[in-house]
Design a protein around this ligand. Structure first.
Ligand code: PMV
Length: 325
């Protein structure tokens, strides 16, 4: 009863920011993301009668503060599988957790696929997405392939993600400028809680469904500039809500703003690149493939960038044969 899965991180293009059910992690609106080819987590899970307790090792360490949340997730799977054995879990990401990238999405997606297989469950993609959502909301979007929509839903069974377009649909690059050297100061759970006080949240809720409709139309037409304008507006809206939350949350660093200005200047000079930003300082720049090299070279000039990771759209979570133990 051992299984291993690999799962990508994803970046939201239409953002999820707020829950209508904390326990089930039901979002207040639907969202859309793309899986990232170079930010991945591999997880091996084994349920075994002789294990006395769950033993969880993440990136070589056993004292991770996520341990409790992982055990809760294993419990969900044990309940579904009618299983009482403890588990050994070993998980390895190819990017530093401390960088404030979306490690919980790839982590919980890989854990869900590996643990449900190890527990003998044969779950559909939809069921896996529903399960992953309960571990970490955005993890449900790392299960399907490529460009993914998470349906808001009004119950656990109706809130899941599915593939809008395969990863091969549009050959764009997502260039991540990593600025963080520490985990997020305000977790997304806390940030979403604080966002309830923002007067802007109601306005967002009114128009986000229209944005989702626009996004799908733009994708069908493969209109890169329209896509860019839309995802920048989404990123600014998320941060406007953060800034007007119960305690104003400023996720940006000086370099975040420097990159925003650089992208806009380059655009004025005729380089069509756009950005999005999650609940952290890092900037995700999207470009068409032929412009990636130039965008990369321009970004390299900014001193505070710790690392630049170039991604393509990627497949979703899947089982692999090589185990980590
Ligand atoms: O799923 P969480 O709790 O990691 O929240 C993700 C929130 C954002 O990354 C900011 C937006 C999103 O849709 O992924």
């Amino acid at each position: 009863m051992k299984a291993t899965a690999i799962a990508p991180a994803n970046i939201a293009l239409i953002k999820y920011w707020g829950k209508k059910d904390e326990q089930l992690r039901l979002p207040i609106n639907g969202s859309i993301s793309v899986n990232l080819s170079n930010l991945q987590t591999i997880t091996t899970v084994e349920f075994y009668p002789d294990y006395q307790a769950d033993i969880i090792t993440i990136d070589g360490k056993q004292d991770d503060k996520e341990t409790e949340r992982i055990i809760q997730h294993l419990n969900r799977i044990r309940t579904l599988a009618n299983l009482y054995h403890k588990a050994k879990v070993v998980s390895q990401s190819n990017f530093p957790k401390a960088a404030g990238l979306a490690s919980s999405a790839s982590g919980f997606a890989a854990l869900t696929v590996a643990a449900s297989k190890a527990g003998g469950l044969g779950l559909s993609e939809k069921k896996l997405s529903i399960l992953a959502r309960q571990g970490s909301g955005s993890a449900c979007r790392s299960i399907p392939d490529g460009f993914v929509e998470w349906l808001e839903g009004d119950s656990s069974e109706t809130s899941y993600a599915y593939s809008l377009f395969p990863y091969s649909y549009w050959d764009i690059a997502i260039i991540v400028a990593v600025l963080g050297d520490e985990q997020k100061k305000v977790s997304s759970t806390k940030g979403m809680e604080a966002a309830k006080a923002s007067p802007l949240l109601a306005t967002r809720r009114k128009r986000v469904n229209y944005r989702i409709k626009m996004f799908k139309k733009i994708m069908k037409e493969r209109d890169f500039d329209e896509l860019g304008e839309l995802i920048e507006a989404e990123a600014f809206e998320l941060h406007a809500i953060a800034l007007t939350s119960a305690e104003a949350i400023v996720y940006w660093k000086p370099e975040t703003i420097e990159i925003i200005h650089l992208v806009r200047e380059l655009r004025n000079e005729g380089l069509p690149i756009y950005f999005t930003i999650d609940a952290g300082p890092n900037v995700y720049i999207i470009s068409e493939k032929e412009n990636t090299k130039r965008a990369y070279n321009e970004l390299k000039q900014i001193k505070g960038i710790r690392k630049i990771i170039i991604n393509a759209p990627a497949a979703g979570a899947r089982l692999i044969k090589e185990h980590l133990f």
